[in-house]
Design a protein around this ligand. Structure first.
Ligand code: OOG
Ligand code: MG
Length: 265
């Protein structure tokens, strides 16, 4: 720990109030350049505890920076993880209210539904598939609390990896019944194709990405639990959207998931 106890709680309040008040804030490392990754994960834990105090419930995990392209963009060699809470779940049949966001972006993801606890430091993609009841198409909406969506790795970890909302499509399949490692993906905005990709972009296979997170959690004596929903990490770059926009993600075999953002007025 390179920062002191009082300071971490101060950072938690700083980030939590930025989210609640929908305003961008200067990144934490501008003030605390010494912030380490372990400090950042500890702040993330306390940020989730803070949400729990306000009635949120932890329901799973999300991976970030799982594609080589995104890692290169950030100049890092590691993925990151954050937590999902029940209030982050948005429903496909309800319009999203843009005024709840700061500067949101949508990402195509694969959701995993976990059927059995899994913990360890040598967990493989195969072990993950073993405990996965279903996979489903998903969209994650990220909304960094930092100015212009710019941050260092420690900053984004502390900010729960930019987590804001996520949506899950209605087609759920056993991961054994499709070629999860090479699903083609097309993302459109208002009917225009804006991104294409393959599930292989996520560390070669989305289950490898989930295994990475389990092993990382294993290092601190944690794991994933039966009932968890896990977002694999984005299959392509994130796309900014605005009021009235419709975003649709289609995965081969797995089908679609979409949302429409209502106007801000
Ligand atoms: C960090 C979160 C990235 C993903 O799927 O890669 C993420 C960010 O880019 O703001 O959720
Ligand atoms: Mg994501």
């Amino acid at each position: 720990m390179t920062i002191t106890k009082g300071v971490d709680l101060e950072i938690v309040e700083y980030l939590y109030s930025a989210e609640k008040e929908r305003r961008e804030v200067v990144k934490v490392t501008d003030r605390y350049p010494e912030l380490s990754f372990s400090d950042a994960y500890s702040i993330q834990d306390k940020l989730i505890q803070r949400r729990e105090q306000d009635g949120s419930r932890k329901i799973g995990l999300k991976l970030g920076l799982t594609s080589r392209a995104k890692q290169q963009m950030m100049g890092v060699h590691e993925a990151i993880y954050g937590y999902l809470t029940d209030d982050m779940l948005a429903l496909e049949w309800e319009h999203l209210d843009f005024t709840q966001f700061i500067h949101p972006k949508a990402e195509p993801e694969i959701a995993f539904f976990i059927d059995k606890d899994l913990e360890g430091t040598n967990v493989t993609a195969e072990d993950v598939l073993e405990v996965t009841k279903f996979v489903a198409p998903a969209i994650e909406i990220i909304d960094s609390r930092y100015l212009n969506f710019k941050f260092t790795l420690a900053d984004v970890i502390a900010d729960n990896c930019s987590s804001s909302k996520f949506l899950i499509g209605s087609k759920w399949m056993s991961p054994r019944d499709l070629d999860l490692g090479q699903l083609g993906m097309v993302m459109s905005k208002n009917g225009q194709v804006v991104q294409t990709g393959s599930s292989a972009a996520v560390l070669g296979h989305p289950a490898t990405s989930v295994a990475w997170a389990v092993n990382k959690l294993g290092e601190v004596g944690k794991g994933i639990q039966k009932g968890d929903v896990i977002l694999s990490g984005a299959v392509s770059e994130a796309i900014a959207f605005e009021p009235n926009d419709n975003v649709l993600v289609h995965f081969a075999e797995l089908g679609s998931v979409s949302f429409t953002c209502k106007s801000s007025t």
